[in-house]
Design a protein around this ligand. Structure first.
Ligand code: 13P
Length: 244
């Protein structure tokens, strides 16, 4: 169960969140819990979550170890803070910041190589869904993102299916639609990495997940967890989703 805070919260607000959130999920063992705050909130978040059952993730990572890449962050820099997870290829990066399937692949390989657990995002835009292209888009995004990766190297991979039309819109994919898309991703992962890998692959659903729709979504066999935006900013609301 992962939270993506996007560009919300200051370090103090992050501390307040963990003060309220950690007691609500302490002892919750069924799911892994990850919170991905903005980069500037990472030190405060790692500190606040230390010793708890909540891991901290970045929202992006560059593929080079270091260098003249203004505004970017390396895997080593994230690891040095105690960050364990990282979101890669979020649709907002793809839509607004020129992220491509190829840069997603580079970031994914670098994250895995460094020992970060990547949450790799895929998903179609509304026009693609309406044109009946959803399956093709998901397959293309997976093939390119996973290019030149072995099952062994990709062992820690987590995929998030986030239909772009469902993000921040209040329009959730129905549990059935989401499960169908997850099945397409799992089949593609099976083609690329083998059946055993695909069977174990965790695929999260993201897009307007709220406390009142989490149970229906998570009851789908194909849906292994959630990547939550807006509803993860409030401690009570994210805790209710985690404990659906
Ligand atoms: P919302 O939950 O706000 O729709 O955002 C989903 C998302 O983009 C998570 O990465």
């Amino acid at each position: 169960m992962a939270a993506n805070w996007k560009m919300y919260k200051t370090p103090n607000q992050a501390r307040d969140f963990f003060r309220d959130f950690l007691p609500l999920v302490s002892g919750h063992e069924r799911d892994e819990i990850v919170v991905c705050p903005p980069f500037l909130d990472l030190p405060a978040s790692v500190e606040a979550a230390k010793g708890s059952n909540v891991s901290i993730g970045g929202q992006n990572v560059h593929w080079k170890e270091e260098g003249a890449f203004t505004g970017e962050t390396s895997a080593a820099q994230l690891l040095a803070l105690g960050v364990t997870h990282v979101i890669i290829g979020h649709s907002e990066r793809r839509q607004y910041f020129g992220e491509t399937d190829d840069t997603v692949n580079l970031r994914l390989k670098a994250a895995l190589e460094a020992g970060l657990i990547p949450i790799c995002c895929v998903g179609e835009v509304l026009e693609e869904r309406e044109a009946g292209l959803t399956d093709d888009v998901l397959r293309r995004q997976c093939v390119r993102a996973f290019h030149a990766l072995s099952a062994k190297k990709a062992a820690k991979l987590v995929v998030a299916y986030e239909p772009v039309w469902a993000i921040g819109t209040g329009k959730t994919a129905t549990p059935e639609l989401a499960a169908e898309a997850h099945a397409v991703i799992r089949r593609e992962a099976s083609e690329i990495f083998g059946e055993e890998f695909a069977g174990k692959l965790r695929i999260l659903y993201g897009g307007s997940v709220k406390p009142d729709n989490a149970t229906a979504l998570m009851s789908q066999e194909e849906i292994d967890g959630a990547l939550v935006g807006g509803a993860s900013l409030d401690a009570k609301s994210f805790a209710a989703i985690v404990k659906y």
